[in-house]
Write a new protein. Structure first.
Length: 350
């Protein structure tokens, strides 16, 4: 089985509102998958269908090799779920809560106790095993929740905002733990609004928007798509401006530079990367000699990477003036790698 989860036109309709609309995705076994989307996009609804809490209106999915409609019991045996709001019995101790879960899955007594010990040690909560959950901190409760979700050794673990509200240290502990669980063979489905967390942990990312899967790729794949789109846009813009200038008149040259500078996506102070046609050694030396240039590198792809003095407002102008003076042309320009957050904003139009 290559995929931990496959969905086939998975759809959920409430009245005449489509909360999830013909979702088709494949999540590789043993990967960490980040499920992103704005509030109300359909993440929880999807997860509820995949964990057999609600039935789809149409379509279906295979989870751990089992169909959610035909084999819901088998699906439940293969999955663990850590919900956003910890759903443990506050009056019971951590151990009692986990024991209840183990009984729910019908675990034999001897196996149950040894597994509880092992998991509590793994998440480092053994010291509080006999404390009522209601007297525990948020981070401690999350750890107990994790132990409860792992007690029956599920293949796939669903985590809904597992680190929300946790302090940075506890967050890191949980991130390490998620990584460890993944290394020991669990597929992790992580719903999160924390882009740093997703970028740090996830092998693949899916972005759902208004019930529709709007993007699915590796984090770098998603960023590369944005880079390519932006670069072709910039190349077009800059190409158009350079086409219009009359190199004989300094006024026209000045206006062209101003026009390019106005493009808010190009700003001084950042590393800029350019593809230049007609790049001569003279131009390269001129770029290196500019007072605003801190560093110039020529990449093996032919791109020029310039680090500019961020305190100098005319930095970009000076570079462009040198390019124009040397009768060269910029065919593409970019400032920095977009973040996953940039991708999210672009894909969801927010
Ligand atoms: N039981 C329900 N009845 C009617 N509409 C519902 C029901 N459950 C969810 N919805 C609607 O479906 C849409 C998707 O909700 P869902 O909870 O899946 O979003 P989400 O992506 O998990 O959002 P968030 O990030 O805020 O948790 C929302 O517009 C929500 O109001």
């Amino acid at each position: 089985m290559k995929y931990a989860i496959e969905t086939f036109d998975l759809t959920k309709v409430y009245g005449d509102f489509k909360a999830v609309d013909s979702l088709n995705m494949k999540i590789e076994k043993n990967s960490i998958f980040g499920f992103l989307g704005p509030n109300g996009a359909g993440k929880t609804t999807t997860i509820k269908m995949l964990t057999c809490l609600i039935p789809p209106s149409s379509g279906t999915a295979r989870v751990a090799g089992y169909d959610i409609l035909k084999n819901p019991d088998e699906v439940r045996q293969q999955i663990g779920m850590v919900p956003q709001k910890v759903s443990l019995y506050e009056d019971l101790t951590a151990r009692e809560n986990v024991e209840m879960c183990a009984d729910f899955y019908g675990m034999p007594e001897d196996l149950k106790e040894s597994r509880i010990e092992e998991l509590m040690e793994l998440v480092d909560i053994k010291y509080a095993a006999d404390k009522p959950v209601g007297q525990m901190s948020g981070g401690q409760q999350q750890k107990v929740s994790l132990v409860a979700s792992l007690i029956h050794q599920p293949d796939i673990l669903f985590l809904d905002e597992p680190t929300i509200g946790l302090d940075p240290t506890t967050k890191r502990v949980l991130w390490d733990l998620i990584d460890e669980l993944n290394s020991s063979g669990h597929t992790i489905i992580l719903c999160s609004h924390d882009m740093y967390e997703v970028e740090l942990l996830c092998d693949y990312v899916g972005i759902i928007n208004q019930g529709v899967l709007a993007a699915f790729d590796t984090p770098q794949g998603l960023k590369d798509t944005v880079i390519k789109e932006e670069e072709s846009l910039r190349a077009k813009e800059i190409g158009g401006i350079l086409d219009r200038i009359d190199k004989e008149t300094p006024e026209s040259e000045r206006r062209a530079i101003q026009e390019i500078k106005k493009s808010e996506r190009i700003c001084a102070g950042k590393e800029i990367s350019m593809l230049i046609v007609n790049l001569t050694d003279d131009l390269l030396s001129e770029l290196e000699a500019l007072p605003v240039t801190l560093d110039v590198k020529k990449h093996h792809t032919g791109r020029i990477i310039l680090e500019l003095d961020e305190t100098c407002e005319t930095a970009v102008n000076d570079v462009l003036a040198a390019v124009i003076r040397n009768n060269a042309r910029i065919t593409s320009i970019s400032t920095k790698d977009p973040s996953l957050e940039d991708v999210f904003m672009k894909v969801t139009g927010r």
